[in-house]
Design a protein around this ligand. Structure first.
Ligand code: ADP
Ligand code: MG
Length: 323
């Protein structure tokens, strides 16, 4: 791409942290972290599928990194570095300026240094690929396969806001369109609890981030850990903008809504107070929403303790509507 080097120098060359080699050479270099393991993940965001052509570029920069930071948080890892692949149909300086601002501000906030990437001309829409690297004390990553019967199930933040925003933006539920401004930030600027996650490794057995919807994501843990779960619908932390919406819409948003980028984790009862205190200390809402069971079923109970009847096949078909 013409002007590629000046463009990288202008927008994507933050100073590298002590001991790192950042943008500018053929490869970046990272220091070894004694006693820790590297944890890494990649996410791809495509125009037309994950975001619209006119999406706010600063929010998009934030989100492209945040969805990856969320994966690190899910493992209890500390963000260390990231790489950014960008395919752009044209050189739009206003777009680049805003995108890099959103990306680099969040990178600075989370201590996740941008150390390299690739920039090229796209013959379609905008494509964004972010790779993150984090570290975790050796052997202590929060995996999906270690939930145990009797564990409490916890959820951070609020559920359903991003899905409501996605649906309202797509024209669904027009009688509720006025709620869109209340939920737009939940969709465009997710704030995964990356700091809290690093402290959770001392208390939690297992965890993951909620990207495809609570029930679908939780079912991955249940499968990997060979157990089941009972959730109390009343305890699930619902986005305030869902208040007063029809029950069917609320169920869909809360149980199946994707793009949440908050944590669902499982921890022994004995650590209830310590976990609640951690949430208060870090200013992250934490809700205890149910329990891991030995039977392999996943039940959602209403306030009388009777199972809520979920649509046939669960909510999988809904969650595929969010990207
Ligand atoms: P190469 O030709 O060796 O692939 P490039 O010319 O593509 O290197 O990139 C030059 C330098 O700029 C490299 O250090 C690369 O990691 C970095 N870089 C390229 N694009 C980006 C980007 N979008 N964000 C951050 N660093 C980038
Ligand atoms: Mg290159």
């Amino acid at each position: 791409m013409g002007g590629e080097f000046s463009l990288i120098a202008k927008y994507f060359s933050p100073a590298a942290p002590e001991g790192f080699l950042g943008v500018g050479d053929d490869c970046a270099m990272l220091p070894l972290r004694p006693g820790r393991q590297w944890v890494t993940s990649t996410d791809l965001l495509l125009q037309g599928r994950h975001f619209a052509a006119d999406a706010n570029p600063q929010h998009l920069g934030h989100k492209a990194l945040a969805v990856n930071i969320s994966d690190l948080a899910a493992m209890g890892a500390r963000p260390e570095a990231c790489l950014l692949g960008l395919a752009l149909p044209k050189l739009d300086e206003n777009w680049l300026q805003a995108f890099s601002k959103g990306f680099l501000q969040y990178a600075a906030q989370t201590g996740c240094a941008l150390v390299g990437g690739d920039t090229t001309r796209s013959n379609g829409g905008i494509q964004i690929s972010v790779t993150v690297l984090g570290t975790v004390p050796a052997g202590q990553a929060l995996r999906r396969n270690a939930a145990q019967a009797g564990d409490d199930i916890w959820v951070s933040g609020h559920l359903g806001g991003a899905h409501l925003a996605w649906q309202l933006s797509a024209g669904a539920w027009p009688e509720w369109h006025a709620r869109l401004p209340e939920v737009q930030a939940a969709l465009e600027q997710p704030m995964p609890p990356w700091q809290l996650a690093q402290d959770l490794i001392q208390w939690a057995h297992a965890g993951l981030d909620i990207s495809d919807g609570l029930l679908q994501d939780l079912s991955h843990v249940l499968q990997a850990s060979a157990c089941g779960a009972q959730l109390q619908y009343a305890q699930l932390p619902k986005h305030p903008a869902l208040a007063g919406l029809p029950a069917g819409i609320q169920y869909e948003c809360v149980l199946a809504g994707g793009e949440v980028y908050q944590l669902c984790f499982m921890a022994p009862r004995a650590h209830r107070d310590a976990i609640a205190a951690l949430g208060v200390q870090q200013g992250v809402p934490l809700a205890r929403v149910g329990e891991i069971t030995a039977q392999s079923s996943l039940l959602v109970l209403d306030e009388d303790g009777s199972p809520i009847r979920l649509p046939k096949g669960g909510y999988d078909h809904f969650s595929s509507e969010t990207p």
